[in-house]
Design a protein around this ligand. Structure first.
Ligand SMILES: [Zn+2]
Length: 422
């Protein structure tokens, strides 16, 4: 019984029917529907020669023991956003399952290296606003204190919701024990953007995840009567902010993959008869290159001071959140490219704008790479999210080749430092 990518597509549809409704997928982490998806997945493991357990952060691990303890990790997430698509996260898990079946069969249950499939808990952060929860616990980058008291819309605390699923936030750091013997990590994901479709390509090699600078910017001017204040006497905070909204576009466009977004502007007092005295804005900047990201941040800041001065206002910046760019492993990038070329003839390298669990795994020092499959219309986190079935099948075939190449690559590596010996 060899690899059967059509089975992956059939199982994706089965999961959609089980955990979706007219508005899309409803597998929000730490809910009954999510647990139902996980039970369904556990049933799929019947008859496979694997060990299966959840770790201290609620990540589910399926292990096919090999001749060597050195392990190839394959990851994904069954959780979705509310009203989500049918592919985001679960394609990765189900493609991984198909690869695991093929390997178990080919090596009669004992491959040369250990294969571990992980279903990360709460990748999306849809309910409590904390993305990559399970994978960051695994990576040891998670700070418990900051998240314990987060609440959902109903006021239920993160700590309590996890407790109902048998996960204690106090034991989160223990999830890092799963790093033992991890030698490489691979993840397949839908692109969730338009690049591959625009190029007419089914599959791409992901270079890494972009770093993010996210800031709150407040312009201060002077509230004044819209009728009595002459144009040259105004301190219009919105005018200064508006100039910045336009300026971040050339700042981003100087770099091929950079993006800058001002997604929120609030004006005070925000009435039709007053000059804006205060304007609160947000800025989100992303690039794969830390130097580019730092430069864009500097340029946006300098521009904001210039525009504030031009409008006789002042400006204040405060960082909301940031993360450094994560570059995936150069040798695994080459393996991923070779795997894609074997099944699709041609490949393309692109960075990921969205963050993924793979970024956390890479931060833990485990050699990592991701493969993208084309998304139709670049739409995701929405029920209309879709990928052509022939592309889904190609992605499973290419991912299987990548798993093979990664296994051979692991066989050639010494035991990873700090994750070896006993
Ligand atoms: Zn995802």
């Amino acid at each position: 019984m060899g690899l059967d990518p059509t089975r992956t597509v059939a199982e994706l549809k089965e999961l959609r029917a089980l955990t979706g409704d007219a508005n899309g997928s409803q597998r929000v982490a730490w809910t009954g529907t999510w647990l139902k998806a996980r039970e369904w997945f556990a049933d799929k493991l019947d008859g496979l020669p694997v060990e299966h357990h959840p770790d201290a952060a609620g990540n589910n691990w399926v292990t096919l023991a090999g001749e060597s303890e050195k392990a190839l990790l394959i990851g994904g997430h069954l959780d979705s956003v509310p009203n989500g698509g049918w592919l985001d996260g679960c394609l990765n898990v189900l493609a991984g399952l198909e690869v695991l079946r093929r390997i178990a069969d080919q090596y009669r249950g004992r491959p040369p290296v250990t294969i571990r499939l992980v279903d990360w808990a709460d990748e999306e952060g849809a309910r409590f606003g904390r993305s990559l929860l399970g994978s960051s616990a695994f990576a040891g980058t998670h700070s418990i204190a900051a998240d314990r008291a987060r609440t959902d819309r109903e006021g239920i605390r993160l700590e309590d919701a996890l407790g109902r699923c048998g996960v204690s936030i106090d034991r989160f750091p223990e999830a890092a024990a799963e790093q033992k013997h991890a030698a490489a990590y691979i993840e397949l994901h839908i692109e969730q953007g338009p690049v591959l479709e625009t190029l007419g390509l089914p599959l791409g090699v992901v270079l890494g995840t972009k770093g993010v600078e996210r800031h709150a910017i407040a312009f201060h001017g002077q509230e004044a009567h819209s009728g009595s204040t002459p144009m040259n006497a105004r301190k219009d905070a919105l005018a200064a902010a508006a100039k910045l909204v336009l300026e971040i576009r050339p700042i981003a466009r100087r770099h091929p993959d950079a993006v800058c977004t001002m997604g929120s502007l609030k004006t005070f007092p925000g009435i039709v008869t007053a000059v804006v005295g205060r304007c609160e804005a947000t800025l989100d900047q992303r690039d794969l290159d830390a130097a580019v990201l730092a430069q864009m941040f500097r340029e946006a800041r300098e521009a904001s001071y210039r525009f504030a001065a031009e409008e006789r206002c002042t400006v204040e910046w405060s960082r909301i959140w940031s993360i450094e760019p994560i570059a995936f492993h150069p040798e695994l990038l080459d393996l991923c490219e070779a795997a894609i070329r074997e099944v699709a003839g041609t490949s393309h390298r692109l960075p990921s704008g969205p963050l993924h669990d793979a970024a956390e795994v890479s931060r833990a020092g485990i050699p990592t790479v991701m493969m993208f499959v084309q998304s139709l219309g670049g739409i995701s986190h929405n029920k209309i999210e879709d990928t052509r079935e022939e592309h889904l099948e190609l992605s499973v075939a290419a991912f299987d080749r990548l798993a093979d190449k990664a296994m051979s690559w692991i066989g050639r590596q010494p035991l990873p430092h700090g994750r070896g010996s006993d």
